[in-house]
Design a protein around this ligand. Structure first.
Ligand code: THU
Length: 144
């Protein structure tokens, strides 16, 4: 799975299914908007995350960053692709786009191909694909 353009349809659907399962874990008693994310790294490992809200609302962590922090804290440094699902409790009604903060955090972990594939999904059959570079052009970075 070294080249992120090689992810086939089966893997994309699996990633979306994992995001849907992760969404069931969302802790969102305040917004009641549940988000799930699943990312795949070059080895083929998948890491998932959900949003985790707090009574002090600003402390909320998005599903995407939960998944990224799980992967990075387990030694991963590159993300090939991420699937995201979201919507109110009853249904995944929206294409849930990653917020600006999550886009910036994700940009730190580009794979060798130089870009990350993002799938915003309503179901494994109904999704839209973007490149991270389309969603966040002109990245902030620090020259080493
Ligand atoms: N949320 C995410 O998990 N990911 C995003 O990219 C945007 C928003 C969460 C945060 C909050 O718990 C809920 O959705 C409503 O904003």
């Amino acid at each position: 799975m070294g080249d992120n353009m090689s992810l086939n349809e089966k893997v994309i659907k699996l990633l979306i299914e994992e995001a849907i399962k992760a969404r069931d874990m969302a802790y969102a008693p305040y917004s009641k908007y549940l988000v799930g994310a699943a990312l795949i790294v070059p080895s083929g490992n998948i890491y998932t995350g959900c949003n985790v809200e707090n009574a002090s609302y600003g402390l909320t962590n998005c599903a995407e960053r939960t998944a990224i922090f799980k992967a990075v804290s387990e030694g991963q440094r590159h993300v090939d692709a991420m699937a995201i699902v979201g919507g109110p409790i009853e249904e995944i009604s929206d294409y849930a786009y990653p917020c600006g903060a999550c886009r910036q955090v994700l940009s730190e972990f580009l794979p060798e191909s130089g870009d990350i594939r993002i799938f915003v999904a309503k179901s494994p059959e109904d999704y839209k694909e973007y490149k991270l570079s389309e969603l966040i052009p002109n990245l902030f970075f620090i020259t080493k």
